[in-house]
Design a protein around this ligand. Structure first.
Ligand code: NAD
Ligand code: UFG
Length: 340
């Protein structure tokens, strides 16, 4: 059987790089397109150290249609996993046009090129943010969709665009994957999350406190309607998430149409529970202070992952302890991320 070729946009980023490793391990041929606006070219060496393979890499902006088209001209592509996008909620509020331009135009060009070059299989990185503040938990895929910030709106607009497109292109297969909260790192400690500047998200903030880069963790509110008053989220190990992409691809290659899956563990963990689990993983105390709530945050968010289990066999393997161990291992071995 000939190897299938998967184009991975944003493949140098946090989730993309782990998915590239998983794809190579499952014997796919991988091509990466990334403009490195939020990643580092060292990722390529790390992928090689882990897998023994260096995927073909094009430093191309998906909003540069001519440059992007070259990749389609030069390669026979079987499917695309589209991770490329900007993802910081706060930044999207401050610079909405930058988010609409980057996230929407890149996807629009991608679909046009896929149509032109007869590539009919797409996995798209959506987010649990499309559920807004859900009426109940766990969250099922058929819940109402609400978004509260420009980043979330780009995800919902792209989902809508893809649903409209799929209606008139029955030959086009799409998996919309709604990720919950990815954390953790490759167990080798060679790849992980490498945020620029002050981390927005909980886990990279905790690891930076643990490594001594930040003084304390600010816990954003302890008066939510949750068991310990702090926000509850569904954390998923990035390697489990990567595996979910390979399962979704298999579905596209064997079935037709548009499918939507939650990728989460189905379990809620509070900020304090994650903090305490990280203290255990590190073996020392991690200072924290209770702060006011962060604008726009919700109390509780976790997935019903039943549909992904039933239809593609998706089931998370890694526990919160594994996620903490691997995040800390990555941070310890790479105090400055990929920057040396
Ligand atoms: P990331 O920033 O680490 O990776 C995104 C990659 O895309 C980066 O390498 C960046 O350089 C690249 N990129 C961005 N715009 C590009 C463009 N126009 N052309 C080419 N490359 C471009 O982010 P991540 O955490 O790996 O997230 C991947 C995807 O998953 C994103 O679409 C994000 O919105 C989505 N997502 C992430 C989370 C999360 O918590 N990390 C949750 C839900 C959904
Ligand atoms: N939190 C803190 N202190 C911090 C950072 C976060 O207490 O320094 C709390 C938040 O208030 C929240 C929880 O930790 O209760 C998780 O916050 P994150 O910022 O890590 O994650 P969110 O659930 O807010 O958002 C993430 C992504 C979004 C995505 C959403 C749903 O950042 O892009 O998950 O997938 F849309």
């Amino acid at each position: 059987m000939t190897m299938k070729t998967i184009l991975v946009t944003g493949g140098m980023g946090y989730i993309g790089s782990h998915t590239v490793v998983e794809l190579i391990e499952k014997k796919y041929n991988v091509i990466i397109v990334d403009n490195l606006c939020n990643s580092n070219d060292k990722v390529l060496e790390r992928i090689n150290t882990i897998t023994g393979v260096t995927p073909q890499f094009y430093r191309v902006d998906c909003c540069d249609k001519t440059g992007f088209e070259e990749v389609f001209k030069m390669n026979k592509i079987d499917a695309v996993i589209h991770f490329a996008g900007l993802k910081a909620v706060g930044e999207s509020v401050a610079k909405p046009l930058m988010y609409y331009e980057n996230n929407l135009i890149s996807t629009l060009y991608l679909i046009e090129l896929m149509e032109k070059y007869g590539v009919n299989n797409l996995v798209f990185s959506s987010s649990a943010t499309v559920y807004g503040d859900p009426i109940s938990v766990p969250i099922y895929e058929d819940f109402d969709l609400h978004v509260t910030n420009p980043y979330g709106r780009t995800k919902l607009m792209i989902e809508d665009m893809l649903r409209d497109y799929a209606k008139v292109h029955p030959e086009f297969n799409i998996a919309l994957l709604r990720y919950f909260n990815p954390i953790g790192a490759h167990p080798s400690g060679l790849m992980g999350e490498d945020p620029n500047g002050i981390p927005n998200n909980l886990m990279p903030y905790i690891t930076q406190v643990a490594i001594g880069k930040r003084e304390f963790l600010g816990v954003f509110g302890n008066d939510y309607d949750t068991p310990d008053g702090t926000g509850v989220r569904d954390y998923i190990h990035v390697c489990d998430l990567a595996m979910g992409h390979v399962l979704a691809l298999n579905k596209l290659f064997t079935d037709s149409g548009l499918v939507t899956y939650n990728l989460g563990s189905g379990k809620g963990t509070s900020v304090m529970e994650l903090h305490d689990a990280m203290e255990k993983a590190c073996g020392f105390k991690i200072p924290y202070k209770i702060m006011p709530r962060r604008a726009g945050d919700i109390a509780t968010c976790y997935a019903a992952p039943d549909k992904a289990f039933k239809e593609i066999g998706f089931k998370t393997k890694f526990t919160i302890e594994d996620m903490c161990r691997d995040s800390w291992n990555w941070q310890k071995k790479n105090p400055n991320g990929y920057k040396g």
